[in-house]
Design a binder for this molecule. Structure first.
Ligand code: PLP
Ligand code: TYF
Length: 398
């Protein structure tokens, strides 16, 4: 039965973790995977999460099946974070939200639902994008292609090329957009550019699918939702996958959601019924704990304020590490201008390091980065910044 099974390639990012874990050097640094580590290099357990978990443990709630679409209070809290508490769409019943197994699970449910709606549509992802975008939509049966996005020369977005490309797509094409903190490049659209993308989607009849995995990591919770808010104001129908993996440091609990904006309340009921069918035939209903904890934090003004402060702490620490890296490289005599690192947003920077340079970083210094040159700034701290800057300086000066 399995004699002909070929060995699948490792995930280019998660595979790096295995190599990192096997590395015995004390000075090793993992800048590969997109995970936030605190100033001591530890994965944080947020105080707001601890409080909510303490209360849950004390209450010892029963563990019945959840509704297929998950925890209702959690789903409503997700909607408020994404669309704003005073959203007209929410008041009009135009948003359907289902708890999902992380952002990945949300993308998968959305992809399967879309495939049933329009099997012939093509899916377009940014060039480059999170590796799993292509794999997920291909697994759902779609043909996936890239739209122009990153411009290595400016270290920003080639918005002119992106616009021309989108304007040439047939109606019904699905456009996957990173709502903020673009993974892997850190290069985001400006608010004005988002406005233009919304207009293009309307003119061309494109189907926007916003992926929001890092809300709160660029400017703030509502600031980072600008794309969702602009699409909301447009009257268009669209998808949003969202995740609390990073913003609550709840990676392994798999807490995310799929939200779909419909034309009206009646459409919402029909869409939800179909989304529930997709969920039922995948995993029946989602797990309880993570969403209950996030829901409890968001429902309590005290815990929510605590969370927002902790999230701001993560955001500001990453920014400080961006500044620190740029400053340290300059101090070490690197002539090349690395100031773009402070303009990029979220956890990642596309450093421009070539695959061969990334190999030297790993081989000589035990510093792990993605072969594309992507590094995760959230893995830097006062203890390893100098070492990493020294290593990069020696490589780019060589
Ligand atoms: N989308 C993007 C752009 C991501 O970077 C990630 C990161 O993990 C995800 C989705 C998936 O999030 P989750 O870990 O919640 O599945
Ligand atoms: O890009 C990253 O590093 C994160 C984590 O298959 C991740 O989004 C990476 C690969 C993957 C799942 C999560």
């Amino acid at each position: 039965l399995f004699a002909g099974v070929a060995l699948a390639p490792r995930d280019p990012i998660l595979g790096l973790n295995e190599a990192f874990n096997a590395d015995t050097r004390a000075t090793k640094v993992n800048l590969g995977v997109g995970v936030y580590f605190d100033a001591n290099g530890k994965l944080p357990l947020l105080a707001a999460v601890k409080e909510a978990e303490k209360a849950r443990l004390a209450a010892q709630p029963p563990r019945g099946y959840q509704p297929i679409e998950g925890n209702g209070a959690y789903n409503q809290a997700v909607q408020k974070l994404l669309f704003g508490a005073d959203s007209e769409l929410l008041a009009a019943g135009r948003v359907v939200t289902a708890q999902a197994l992380g952002g990945t699970g949300a993308l998968k449910i959305g992809a399967d639902f879309l495939k049933g709606l329009n099997a012939d549509a093509k899916v377009y992802i940014s060039d480059p994008s999170w590796e799993n975008h292509r794999a997920l939509f291909e697994a759902a049966g779609f043909v996936v292609e890239n739209y122009p996005y990153y411009d290595a020369a400016t270290r920003g977005v080639d918005f002119a090329a992106m616009k021309v490309f989108l304007a040439g797509l047939p109606a019904g094409s699905v456009i996957v957009l990173h709502a903020c903190c673009h993974n892997p490049t850190g290069a985001d659209l400006s608010d004005e550019e988002w406005g233009e993308v919304v207009e293009l989607c309307r003119e061309r009849g494109l189907v926007p699918f916003l992926d929001m995995a890092y809300q709160g990591f660029a400017e703030g919770i509502s600031e980072d939702a600008v794309a969702v808010r602009l699409f909301s104001a447009s009257g268009l129908q669209f998808f949003v996958s969202s995740s609390f993996s990073k913003s609550f440091s709840m990676y392994g609990e798999r807490v995310g959601a799929l939200s779909i904006v419909t034309a009206d309340r009646d459409e919402s009921a029909r869409v939800l019924s179909q989304v529930k069918r997709v969920i039922r035939t995948n995993y029946s209903n989602p797990p309880i704990h993570g969403a209950a904890v996030v829901g409890a934090v968001l429902a309590s003004s005290e815990l929510c304020a605590m969370w927002e402060e902790e999230l701001a702490g993560m955001r500001l620490r990453i920014r400080a590490m961006r500044e620190g890296l740029v400053g340290a490289l300059k101090e070490k005599g690197v002539a090349q201008d690395f100031s773009f690192v402070t303009r990029q947003r979220g956890m990642f920077s596309y450093t421009g390091l070539a695959a061969a340079q990334v190999d030297v970083l790993r081989g000589e210094f035990g510093i792990y980065a993605v072969s594309t040159g992507r590094i995760c700034l959230a893995a830097l701290n006062e203890g390893n910044l100098g070492y990493v800057a020294d290593a990069i300086a020696s490589i780019v000066k060589a």
